[in-house]
Design a binder for this molecule. Structure first.
Ligand code: GDP
Length: 448
């Protein structure tokens, strides 16, 4: 593989900056621009040793630096690697990088060092992703989770789940191969028990991820309700500013607007939507389809009802379609009417969005709904890619249970198990396409 180089520290002035080089010619390239202070030859330096000296462009010394050598395979990437730590000037570090490019190195792409670590078997895909999570962690719990994954604990957990699937598949394969007796682990009740336990574990992993995400990033909240119920006014109250356009004409909020509002210990990531209802107006219907999209990924629905109009059949239908996620109904415009909200199986808060001045009652409700969410102390998945795969595996396992209950052919069940196992392997980068790998590493920064 070609030799790559990049500045690994942020593009900003700082105390020091580090330029990293990795590949077959890393040590040779570094030796061409480095003048050691002592009696050292870069090409003869052992791994994990460093030398002090100068970076020189011909006769001109640019800076005094520390150069560290890592020998393959004992480096981050698994290749020969050199790190040059210089004074932290933007111009200076760029000059050193351009000297290296002149010596034959190529500029590294986003996440290319970590990608090489993955391709050289130093890290699994989930460990590689965790590197980015460690960098981005903005709190103790997030850092703890990221480190568990980086140390390979998530990989181990996924591996042990996959093994259980593989065990079942080998029993199937044995039996499908014309064995006279069915192995005991293929007894239907035995299989159902094992598959149900697997299903529960996979769903729990996804729930742990959702909880972690809610605590780390905020609660993805959609504001829904029929036109004119007061969604934009509620949004304005929450954001404390005139963000969406408030009018008396039904159906004026056409975009999904996202704002962050801190309420007590929680952050709401708010999408104000055009309201879910049938429409013939093209622009409005774009907003409405976005509302459905936002609902799809929402953790929480705030449903606004105009108390002066009351609860309509349409409101009940929309509420019914939200039932998989926590819902809070805001019985709004109570300054205009004394009407009381009907009995509902979700919490209801009476307010007047135009006159509300404190979040206290809302904070109490949100706390009630979300207080049970805590960070898991188990290694858990950390991003949407992994969550999608976990849910795909869970879905396949649940199909297996249905097939078993319907006495379906065993080879159909086998095929589902195979799909589930495949989805789980993909989490750690086995059987993944180049596109998946590109997708993961394109989110990294250059130099990592
Ligand atoms: P949306 O279509 O659901 O976004 O509703 P808007 O927020 O645009 O509100 C529709 C109309 O109801 C506007 O004229 C608001 O000023 C009014 N409105 C909203 N909330 C209240 C409230 O609590 N009290 C009163 N009196 N009017 C309100």
């Amino acid at each position: 593989m070609n030799t790559i180089a990049a500045i690994s520290t942020p593009n900003a002035v700082g105390g020091i900056a580090t330029i990293r080089i990795s590949g077959e010619d890393a040590i040779a390239a570094a030796s061409k621009i480095f003048i050691p202070a002592g009696n050292v030859k870069v090409t003869e330096m052992r791994g994990y040793t460093c030398a002090y000296g100068w970076i020189a462009d011909g006769d001109r010394r640019l800076d005094d630096v520390v150069l560290t050598v890592f020998r393959a395979p004992h480096s981050y990437t698994g290749e020969d690697t050199v790190e040059i730590t210089c004074h932290g000037g933007i111009f200076l570090s760029k000059q050193i990088l351009s000297l290296l490019l002149r010596c034959g190195c190529e500029p590294a792409g986003a996440g290319e060092f970590t990608k090489r670590a993955f391709l050289n078997g130093k890290l699994s895909l989930s460990q590689a992703e965790a590197v980015m999570d460690v960098i981005r962690a903005d709190g103790d719990a997030a850092l703890r989770q990221a480190n568990l994954a980086k140390q390979g604990k998530l990989h181990e957990r996924m591996f042990s789940i996959s093994e259980r699937l593989v065990d079942m598949m080998s029993a199937f394969a044995y039996w499908l191969d014309d064995a006279e007796e069915m192995p005991p682990e293929l007894e239907r009740s035995c299989l159902l028990q094992e598959l149900s336990a697997l299903y529960a574990e996979l769903r729990q992993m996804s729930a742990d991820y959702q909880n972690g995400r809610i605590l780390r990033e905020g609660i993805r909240t959609v504001l829904l309700g029929r036109p004119n119920a007061g969604k934009s006014s509620v949004m304005n109250w929450l954001c404390g500013m005139q963000r969406s356009i408030v009018t008396d004409i039904a159906g004026t909020t056409r975009d999904v607007i996202t704002e962050q509002v801190k309420i007590g210990d929680f952050t709401l990531l708010l999408s104000d939507t055009a309201g879910l209802r049938e429409t013939e107006n093209a622009i409005e219907s774009i907003g409405i389809s976005q509302a459905y999209l936002a609902l799809d990924t929402a953790d929480f629905v705030i449903y606004v009802v105009d108390a002066a109009v009351g609860m309509m059949q349409e409101d009940r239908e929309i509420l019914a379609s939200c039932k998989e996620r926590p819902v809070l109904v805001l019985w709004n415009k109570t300054d205009l009417t004394d009407s009381q909200p009907p009995e509902l199986d979700v919490p209801v808060l009476t307010i007047s969005a135009l006159h509300a001045d404190s979040y206290a009652p809302l904070e109490l409700q949100i706390k009630e709904i979300f207080q049970e969410r805590t960070f898991s102390d188990q290694p858990t998945i950390m991003n949407e890619r992994q969550n999608t795969l976990i849910l795909r595996a869970a879905e396949r396992v649940s199909v297996c249970c249905n097939l078993l209950n319907e006495d379906a052919e065993l080879d159909m069940i086998y095929a589902e198990l195979e799909e589930a196992a495949h989805a789980l392997r993909e989490i750690d980068g086995d059987d993944v396409t180049d596109d998946v790998i590109e997708g993961v590493f394109s989110k990294f920064c250059v130099g990592k």
